[in-house]
Design a protein around this ligand. Sequence first.
Ligand code: COI
Length: 354
Amino acid sequence: MTATLDFKITKTQASRLSQVDFDNLPFGTIFSDHMFTADYQQGKWQNPQIIPFGDLSLSPATSALHYGQAFFEGMKGFRQVNGKVAVFRPWKNHARFNKSANRMCMPTIPEELFLESLKELINLDRDWVPHNDNQSLYIRPVMFATEPHLGVHPSESYKYILMTCPIGAYFNKNLKVKIETRYARSCEGGVGFAKNAGNYAASLYPTTIAQQEGFDQLIWTDAKEHAYIEETGASNVMFLINNVLITPNTKETILDGVTRDSVLQLARSWGIEVQERPIPVKEIIDSLQTGKLQEAYGVGTAAIIAPISEIGYKENLYQLADPATWTLSKKITQTLNDMRKGLSHDIFSWNFII
Ligand code: COI
């Protein structure tokens, strides 16, 4: 597979930046001026270019619309105190991007193309990176099948797009979550580890039911018995029990989260005991009943560290201590924030500086 890094850049004639209210940035609705696109045709990536963000023209037979050959990634860029922009661990997102591509019978993207497109796009739209605390530039790579053909087979052609959005918090409250006992997000042999669009589509119905019941999100459990914790909503999940940080081990049904890995590395570096292993639902319920569950969070790029303050299971609702009193989650959030903004030394070399 060859990639030409000779990007064509067409700048917008009318920047929308001055219309953005940076004090009010809902997630994923305000898009920066430009996007990067490339097309996969005749077995190679072609036509890499940066163009004004805008609509696409597609055949109604575009195969991604029918058979769901589509997946995405999520990264974040942060404005550093020295004015540079730091993208958090894009190398890991690139590796996961290609894992998703393989599972969905789609072409991989060379690391150079992934990183160069990121660098060029963010450089061009660097004024879109927010300055305020708790804000960042959300970076969304997406790839989808473009062949206009109704036969069920891997598409012959694909489009890769990279777009960015200035954002504030994904969740702006503590979460009330329900442990799911009927529906499943993924199963052994399935595609739970990939960020394919269909995983998110399939989560909408069970999540809507949970929301009608007064919850914000679900905690997914295994598809076979609903006896083991897997993930929460749109992120990984972690619990602090008896000062041990536990999270389900990654496997076919669980996304290998970048924030998950970063939190575990930080915790280990602080001497905190970390366990990555199957977590029985019963263990969580017992720890809630005995008051041993100290902290619980959704952990993801968009979510960052999203405190879970209430957990519903079957007929019961359990309360955790007020997240304002939690110490580990605060330390993790602060440390990640300081490293990303250049306020502390990037000891793990996680920042990709632009
Ligand atoms: C991310 O955290 O970047 C995600 O992919 C979650 C997204 C579905 C909002």
